[in-house]
Design a protein around this ligand. Sequence first.
Ligand SMILES: *Cc1c(COP(=O)(O)O)cnc(C)c1O
Length: 428
Amino acid sequence: MYAELFQYPVGREGYYGQFGGSFIPEILHETIRELTTAFDDAQADPAFWDAYIALMSSYSCRPTPLTHLENLSKDLGGAQIYVKREDLNHTGAHKVNNVMGQGLLVQRMGKQRVIAETGAGQHGVATATMAARMGFECTIYMGSVDVERQRPNVFWMEQLGARVVSVDDGTKTLKDAINATLRDWADSMHTTHYVMGTVCGPHPFPQMVTYFQSLIGREARSQMLEQTGKLPKRVYACVGGGSNASGIFAGFLDDAEVELVGVEAGGLGLDSGQHAARLARNVGSTGVAQGYKTRFLQNAEGQMRPTHSVSAGLDYVGVGPVLAYLHDIGRIRVEAATDAEVLASLQHVMRREGIIPALESAHAFVTALKEAPNLSPQDSILINQSGRGDKDIFTIAEALGDEPWRAFLRQKVGEWEPETAATDGILT
Ligand SMILES: *Cc1c(COP(=O)(O)O)cnc(C)c1O
């Protein structure tokens, strides 16, 4: 099924069922074609994947470990819980897998500048890191709300040599940052590559990002077999745009007996209207925006609805077209976890296991820990820990009501004046 997903019927390139495609202004056609060709050539060249693996193992701690959560497995008395440790990547999340792969493609295409959008800031830090290492000029667009809540990442992007532009449009989050980046790209495409951070946007991005992130699933599948002698019953991953989920699911798509479970941001609850769920309970509806067709969180008139999540990385209106398709055909199940559940499970996991998941990753923990007791201790389940929680220090301190600590941290980071850019959405 994995290979099948990426074989298109004639004239349906980049479509997964009714989702995906490439809805871009004429001006971007040439650069998208160039990218598709470079990616096809790279995929056909075995030396490219070998170079990618060599880079990731020498630069980013791959293969990342698989950790058995012995304490929590015992406490809950159900399935053995295993965690794929993407938090141990260089820069602290799975984002670097995709970014370094795209960096190698940029070298093949001979471009000198990269631009990217970022939500949680992890993709921005990963892109700034790649640009520093590979010698590219780098600009990062970020919604001003996200700039505020992810300050440590903004600091590091700038230290790594990137220019960070704060976007003040719309809801001032990821969707608006994507529009600003596309606008830059339309002006600069001859020298510049847009490093898309997740499995969204026009073809070939969903396929390309899944290709690089599939490293997670390939490693995790063989690690599970090695450590437990069998496949997990279920695999859990949080779903923002959908790249860490697509990456780990890719390793198990052909194993029909493995249930794949995505967890979206339930925010203040799905009934509150304050969330970022699109697939869970089918709250999203089909539409076209930002270059692709998927299930968006929108109102009856097709206006994008504001999203809310305690985690910046899941706070997005769209979702990868591959996941929308897999959900439609019943291959994946999608649930939602609320902000309150996320904070509670985060504290619990920290205290019992000494690991600090990112707020995004903690969504996957919520559903996995809820469901583990229903399985037998002979079974195992696998959680993708997409990133580490260090970047969330302000949000967590604030959410837990730790005001003195929060004030202290703010003082340490100091006042920071973001550069702002007014943009009107190019593809919405
Ligand atoms: C960006 C991010 C996510 C969400 O993005 P996906 O494309 O859905 O994986 C999840 N976890 C972390 C730690 C992130 O930085």
